[in-house]
Design a protein around this ligand. Structure first.
Ligand code: IMP
Length: 201
């Protein structure tokens, strides 16, 4: 099955290629569709945004589309930045600025209260409007200072549960094995292989 990844983000495309290796899919992405309209991510939940992106891209390309919406929920910040993760420090903010805002807002918040999670919702849609979603979550905590150079976004300050290192200190394979996106994709792949409900039968 041909499927279009609803993203132009090279790092995300690489993560999807790694975790979907071996799946019975031919992966395309939006870099091959320069005229595809930008999707406005104005939903209040990850699911709403992921479904909107997948549907818009499926309708534009006429092919099944796979979209993800993901972000960081910090308990002490009332689960912010949440759906605002990509632009927490303002429109067009860089990863580093978003991460610094979280660190500043947490301030001296003690270790035990720095709990957080990454959430990823994957949505598959086809041009007829059918959709299906898959969720992955990884629990962890926010470090006091950024650590490591790998990954992207909030990786340098996110330490997964049971680990001493941040995602940015892990190899891509180590991150994939634990990550919210890795877990959501594993559910999607299980469905593709028919172990759970239909993927756009
Ligand atoms: P979107 O899913 O493209 O809307 O963006 C989600 C935002 O959440 C990204 O820009 C990052 O700031 C953050 N995010 C999502 N997944 C990850 C991850 O695996 N590591 C670090 N940050 C992430």
């Amino acid at each position: 099955m041909k499927i279009v990844l609803a993203t132009r983000n090279r790092k995300k495309v690489e993560e999807f290629q790694r975790v979907l290796v071996g799946a019975p899919l031919q992966l395309l992405d939006l870099r091959g569709y320069p005229d595809a309209p930008e999707v406005v991510e104005d939903g209040t939940t990850f699911t709403e945004n992921a479904v909107k992106k997948a549907l818009q891209v499926a309708r534009f390309t006429g092919l099944p589309a796979l979209a993800d919406d993901s972000g960081l929920e910090v308990d002490a910040l009332g689960r912010r930045p949440g759906v605002l993760s990509a632009r927490y420090a303002g429109p067009g903010a860089k990863d580093r600025q978003n991460l610094e805002r979280v660190l500043v807002e947490l301030g001296e918040c003690p270790e035990l209260e720095r709990t957080a999670r990454f959430v990823c919702v994957l949505a598959v849609a086809d041009a007829s409007g059918q959709t299906q979603t898959f969720e992955g979550v990884v629990e962890g905590r926010i470090a006091r200072t950024p650590q490591g150079e790998n990954g992207f976004g909030y990786d340098p300050v996110f330490v997964p549960e049971g680990e001493g290192r941040s995602f940015a200190e892990m190899s891509p394979a180590e991150k994939d094995a634990l990550s919210h996106r890795g877990r959501a994709v594993a559910r999607f792949v299980a469905a593709l292989h028919g172990h759970v409900g239909p993927v756009l039968a």
